[in-house]
Design a binder for this molecule. Structure first.
Ligand code: 5RP
Length: 231
């Protein structure tokens, strides 16, 4: 049976496949998470089958599963401390390359992987580009113990936090934590908000990725654009 892809899927596929062109033999690559990254992994697997030699560090158990399916050799931070390149998706990208991530709940491992890469390439479809972050509820990873208190503290910053639930069950991250999806509507100062949240007891990590991205590849109809960063 043939799967019918909508325009967003096609854009994700185009961006993911384009990112594989940045990979060189010998590199150790940070493997991000999400449906756009899936297409990068699939293409990377094809290049590996054709002779490319790379190793990857996955940022989620789901990515690890896909990487194994596509025969991508894996390694971890006990064997390598610096990645040559990381490829990851995003939920929102602003003109300054600030990101909201964590829609898939992998923000903590993604941030570790992305932070230890010499270069971070973000791959998105057009719908992810925004003038200001905030429409997409900001995922915040919190310790399960006392999450209600952490949620109340976050609400004091003007957000409506919602405990993430999947199929009636509390969503538990790959690190055993909960995710609070925090609706701010507008995040005029992402760095300040990130710092405020990180100071709260109970907060493990935020989905705000500031000053980390080197390149944004945007899949659009029939092409992939490299976004120009606003300074
Ligand atoms: C997962 C993420 C993803 O990169 C983000 O949600 C984008 O996903 P997709 O490519 O499926 O739209 O941060 O935690």
């Amino acid at each position: 049976m043939k799967t019918i892809m909508n325009s967003s899927d096609l854009q994700k596929k185009a961006a993911g496949e384009k990112a594989a062109e940045f990979v060189r033999s010998g590199m150790t690559i940070g493997l991000g998470s999400g449906s756009t990254v899936f297409w990068f992994l699939k293409r990377l697997g094809e290049l590996i089958n054709a002779g490319l030699t790379v190793r990857g560090v996955p940022s989620s158990l789901r990515t690890e599963g896909w990487a194994r399916e596509f025969n991508i050799p894996l390694t971890d931070f006990s064997k390598t401390q610096l990645l040559d390149l990381a490829i990851d998706g995003a939920d929102e990208v602003d003109p300054y390359f600030n990101l909201t991530k964590g829609g898939g709940g992998s923000l903590l491992r993604e941030k570790i992987v992305d932070a230890y890469a010499k270069k971070l390439i973000i791959i998105v479809d057009e719908s992810k580009l925004v003038n200001q972050l905030g429409k997409f509820p900001l995922p915040v990873e919190v310790v399960p113990f006392g999450w209600e208190l952490t949620s109340n503290r976050i609400a004091e910053l003007g957000a409506i936090p919602q405990l993430r639930v999947n199929d009636g069950e509390i969503f538990v991250s790959n690190n055993g934590n909960y995710i609070l999806d925090c609706q701010f509507e507008k995040i005029p100062n992402p760095k300040e908000l990130h710092n405020q949240l990180k100071q709260m007891t109970g907060v493990v990590e935020t989905g705000l990725f500031i000053d980390m991205t080197d390149l944004v590849l945007v899949g659009s109809t029939g092409k992939v654009d490299s976004l120009k960063k606003k300074e």
